[in-house]
Write a protein that binds this ligand. Structure first.
Ligand SMILES: C[S@@+](CC[C@H](N)C(=O)[O-])C[C@H]1O[C@@H](n2cnc3c(N)ncnc32)[C@H](O)[C@@H]1O
Length: 396
């Protein structure tokens, strides 16, 4: 039996400039209450001033939500807080996932090389967090000459979407690899209307932290279902990455949605329909009940101001935590893994003197696996090799 932990996560050089220079100077210029402050460098006084909004927004995000989320992005106070603190936090999750699933990203690039156009769609984009992470990742990629980018951002809040577009253009203007090579468009509509607006096929569709904000009523669920159905017909290259918070409610919502894609044949019932985290296309074993499918990856998010804000929130982070599903496109299916491979979906549950137990992902029911204590194993690792499975017909 072999355990494959995730690769160490690194941050491209542009990340440091992005979080420590671009974001603070943008916020200062666009959100300072006094004209005289706007052109001066971001300093400790600014950090104290903007931290109040960060603290308030952080409380709003950590409260257990009951399907109703106030329209926080209508307030400049919360837009600026999100730009300063939540962009680095959420973008780090995308940077992590881009490295965990390097082959999905290679599929996005490969699709772009055919037409010379890399088409990125960001649904519920907010300040284009996921797309900004994408650009920072892209800057570090070899063999991208001749590729130009198109970006379509969708959100119901025009103000934050405008910030997102401006940030995309500012990042692009800074690097020869992107300068004059991005066409950015915003659409102030619900994300499920995107397929009617999008032209042709897209290289990568990103959706971060949106579904947990959807009202839970039959009408919204219907819109969502039909939105995905049409969206999947516009998906190519690296497919569609959906990231949600690591909380039980968000994660189980995502698992149930993933199940429904297969139950209603929106996706072929094959493991090749998903880049991850699942290795099978049958029912998720954690879509209901006390456990849920989420991941925590050891990552130290770089950023001077980010670290200061995290400390002030008593929330210093050595991990990034999230739930996700990454759907593969028809033309670039995910590769099959060995039929004995399993995803570890819990941290060690009980540690005895000699053995510990982890949950493995299997259709319908997780499998409890007892392993010797000396084997290093964590949630999210891939396990491969011979071990007894409860479902001998689960082979690929
Ligand atoms: C937590 S923010 C996430 C922003 C960004 N995707 C990120 O990961 O940082 C959620 C975003 O979803 C947007 N949103 C909520 N309902 C939406 C809908 N029906 N259609 C499009 N956007 C929506 C909100 O306006 C907000 O910008």
């Amino acid at each position: 039996m072999r355990v494959y932990p995730p690769p160490p996560i690194t941050f491209p050089p542009a990340w440091h400039w992005f979080v420590d220079e671009l974001l603070p100077s943008y916020v200062k210029k666009h959100y300072s209450p006094k004209e005289a402050w706007k052109e001066k460098p971001f300093g400790e006084t600014d950090a104290r001033f903007f931290f109040r909004g960060i603290e308030e927004l952080s409380e709003l995000f950590t409260d257990e939500r009951s399907g109703h989320v106030p329209p926080y992005f209508k307030h400049p106070r919360f837009r600026s807080s999100y730009l300063l603190y939540f962009i680095p936090l959420q973008a780090a999750k995308f940077i992590t996932l881009f490295q965990l699933h390097a082959k999905a990203m290679a599929a996005a690039l490969s699709h772009a090389r055919i037409s010379g156009k890399l088409k990125i769609v960001d649904l519920g984009a907010g300040p284009a967090t996921a797309s900004l992470a994408f650009l920072i990742w892209f800057l570090n990629q070899p063999e991208t000459e001749g590729i130009s980018l198109e970006w379509d951002g969708f959100d119901t809040e025009a103000g934050i979407l405008k910030d997102g577009k401006q940030l995309i253009e500012l990042v692009a203007s800074q690097f020869p690899k992107l300068r004059n090579k991005i066409q950015a468009r915003t659409h102030t509509v619900s994300w499920w209307d995107a397929p009617g607006i999008l032209n042709g096929e897209n290289s990568l569709i990103l959706m971060g932290n949106v579904l947990n904000e959807m009202p839970q009523n039959p009408r919204a669920e219907e819109n969502q279902f039909h939105g995905f159905k049409k969206l999947f017909t516009k998906m190519n290259g690296g497919g569609c990455l959906i990231v949600e918070p690591a909380s039980r409610s968000s994660s189980q919502l995502l698992s149930q949605l993933r199940n429904s894609f297969f139950e209603h044949s929106l996706l072929p019932a094959s493991p090749t329909s998903l880049w991850g985290p699942c290795l099978h296309a049958e029912k998720c074993p954690l879509s209901f009940g006390k456990d849920w499918c989420h991941f925590s990856v050891p990552v130290d998010i770089p950023g001077k101001w980010f670290k200061k804000f995290s400390k002030a929130l008593s929330s210093e982070r050595q991990w990034v935590k999230f739930s996700y599903v990454w759907i593969a496109s028809k033309d670039y299916p995910a590769p099959l893994t060995a039929n004995t491979s399993r995803r570890v979906i819990s941290d060690p549950l009980s540690v005895g003197k000699k053995n510990k137990i982890v949950l493995l992902c299997e259709p319908e029911q997780p499998k409890r696996l007892e392993i010797p204590v000396q084997i290093q194993i964590r949630r999210g690792d891939l396990l491969s090799g011979d071990h007894p499975t409860s479902q001998e017909n689960f082979r690929r």
